[in-house]
Design a protein around this ligand. Structure first.
Ligand code: F6R
Length: 591
């Protein structure tokens, strides 16, 4: 949900900021903008649309400066227009602000500022920050004090980059939205996410909630916004390499990230028994366990809850983080909330963590981004190690989350190395599903699938989550209506949707309920559906069959890859950009 980038140093910041924005485009791509501080003014450029095709040298050859901020937008307040795109400015145009988050009290602030003579040019909540800062600067001795006062007056969430005309200074601040400081050699970067500046430095400081950073004179100082006092911070070295955050010759991040899945599984399962042990203890001790996450991560959580029930007899209740506020107050001391998140920045998940802690419950996180808000808020975290996921659609993160649940479940029954061995076999299957011949086959199937209006998927038990996830992938990337159902739910309504030639994906594993799911396949076939079986064995009911080797309850970790590929090739068939589906942004940092 919006990405911000900042640069201050000896060099020209504009190329680094433009490059950073391109890397953060997955966070929002309806418009973008950039500003640099010059001796007496702020120079800027704003544009509606994606930044992807923009070339600084070609399109804006004279634009540059050593203090620079930029923003790629996912609109919340105000339509997609040049005026509403960031940076936003004070009346005198001497202050420029980029913002990710929502100023909840912007209407009150705007009214007050207008009564003092401030003129607003956009419909955004962000613009109040620039005007409020301009107002506060009239009464405060230093820029730092004025920024602090402004931050204390804003309600809601923010990651901010702020520059001033003619001043060699860059401010960053965060509350509720992520912001990372990159520390280079006499050069500093701000980014909503590490890939924004990973090309230049892997030394980072993850700003904490309600912290501000002031960078000037070749140094930086982080302060606590409430007290205004300097805060102690830790510089962390990020292990991700740049290749992981680049397309590496692939046409899209989506295919690149899907192809990384065998390696990702290896990385995820490299976790040791010692690292798993505190999480196992939390599960053993818990009175009630809830799995809270959103979207794809929730589907991984559903997979985990079935796995724990079927393998260990442990009940975990999956709840969408968006709906969790209705249950949060019922948590008690001794309960455990397991959160699952790729970004570790999803607002609803972070809210759930807060309410869990309020009730005295513990929080265990399965999270991909090191240093993320979730990782810092949780009582214990397991890093899923999928590496940077840039495509808006989650693919490799899902598989890593499933694999981590498998490791955790294996650890609970004392079978870590046996689980690892099994997961290595799953990994081999993922490799063959991703092989060129298999991809060609799916691409061929996609030609036909791209023409339909509806696609359904059925799964039972351990495959229920895959039925849901496969349809989420298909609908978000191809805009085809797709819905996944539990096989048992079919006759309670969804079967009314089945008509001649509608494709139905049927997931089956050797798990004791495969006969029932095959019966469900028969039921839809009898009503004209074209059944595509993703199963450990073929069956006459399947019009088309995609083999998913039998790994018992771990089978779905490989079989989901078929539907990820299906979604990708359907999107290509429809000439859609699989990396940036309409209306979607990665990291949903607003509620
Ligand atoms: C779907 C997708 C989303 C995310 C969801 C949670 O492809 O990517 O459904 O899974 O927004 O995001 P994280 O995992 O970052 O909390």
């Amino acid at each position: 949900m919006c990405g911000i980038v900042g640069y201050i140093g000896k060099g020209d910041g504009a190329p680094a900021v433009i490059d950073g924005l391109k890397r953060l485009e997955y966070r929002g791509y309806d418009s973008w903008g950039i500003a640099v501080s010059e001796s007496d003014k702020i120079k800027f450029h704003k544009q509606v649309g994606k930044i992807g095709g923009f070339e600084l040298k070609r399109d804006l050859p004279d634009f540059g400066g050593s203090i620079c901020i930029g923003h790629t937008r996912w609109a919340t307040h105000g339509g997609v227009t040049e005026k509403n795109s960031h940076p936003h400015f004070s009346c005198d145009k001497k202050i420029a602000v980029v913002h990710n988050g929502i100023v909840e009290n912007y209407q009150e602030l705007r009214k007050e500022l207008e009564s003092k003579g401030h003129k607003f040019v956009s419909q955004t909540d962000t613009e109040v920050i620039a005007h409020l800062l301009e107002e506060n600067l009239k009464h405060k001795k230093s820029k730092k004090d004025a920024v602090l006062k402004t931050l204390r007056e804003i309600e809601g969430s923010y990651a901010l980059g702020i520059i001033f005309a003619g001043e060699e200074i860059l401010f960053g601040a965060r509350k509720g939205s992520p912001l990372v400081l990159g520390v280079g050699k006499q050069e500093f970067y701000l980014g909503s996410d590490v890939p924004a500046f990973l090309k230049h430095t892997n030394k980072v400081v993850f700003l904490d909630e309600f912290q501000m950073v002031e960078i000037s004179g070749g140094n930086y100082e982080v302060s606590d916004v409430n007290s205004g006092k300097a805060a102690k911070v830790k510089e962390t070295k990020i292990e991700w390499d740049l290749d992981e955050a680049e397309k590496g010759g692939h046409p899209h991040f989506m295919i690149k990230e899907m192809l990384e899945q065998p390696t990702v599984i290896e990385k995820t399962i490299s976790i040791s028994e010692e690292e798993l042990s505190p999480a196992v203890k939390m599960i053993e001790k818990a009175k009630n366990i809830y799995v809270v996450a959103c979207g794809t991560a929730l589907h991984a959580g559903i997979y985990g809850s079935y796995l724990f029930a079927l393998e260990n007899g442990v009940m975990m209740q999956p709840i969408s983080a968006g709906e969790f506020p209705h249950f949060g107050s019922l948590l008690k001391k001794g309960d455990l909330v397991i959160t699952v998140s790729q970004s570790g920045e999803t607002a609803d998940v972070l809210e759930a963590v807060k309410s869990a802690h309020k009730s005295g419950a513990k929080v265990l996180a399965l999270v991909n981004v090191m240093g993320s808000s979730l990782m810092r808020a949780a009582d214990y975290s397991l890093l899923t190690k999928a590496g940077p996921e840039i495509c808006v659609l989650s693919t490799k993160a899902y598989v890593s989350q499933q694999a981590m649940f498998a490791m955790l479940s294996g650890a609970l029954k004392g079978k870590v190395s046996a689980t690892k061995k099994l997961l290595l076999k799953v990994k081999d299957d993922v490799s063959s599903i991703l092989s060129e011949s298999s991809r060609k086959n799916i691409a061929k199937m996609a030609k036909k699938l791209a023409k339909v209006d509806n696609i359904y998927a059925l799964g039972r038990g351990i495959n229920y989550s895959n039925a849901l996830e496969s349809c989420l992938k298909i609908k978000e990337v191809s805009y085809i209506h797709a819905e996944g159902f539990g096989g048992g739910d079919l006759k309670h309504g969804p079967i009314a949707l089945i008509e001649k030639d509608v494709p139905v994906l049927v997931f089956a594993a050797n798990d004791g309920v495969d006969k029932e799911i095959v019966s469900n396949a028969m039921e839809v076939k009898a009503r004209g559906a074209e059944v595509i079986g993703i199963s450990y064995q073929n069956n006459e009911v399947f019009e088309q069959y995609l083999p998913a080797n039998d790994h018992g309850l771990l089978t779905p970790i490989a079989s989901i890859v078929y539907s990820q590929l299906m979604a990708y090739y359907i999107a290509l068939e429809k000439n859609l950009d699989p990396d940036k589906p309409r209306n979607l942004a990665k990291s949903v940092t607003v509620k």
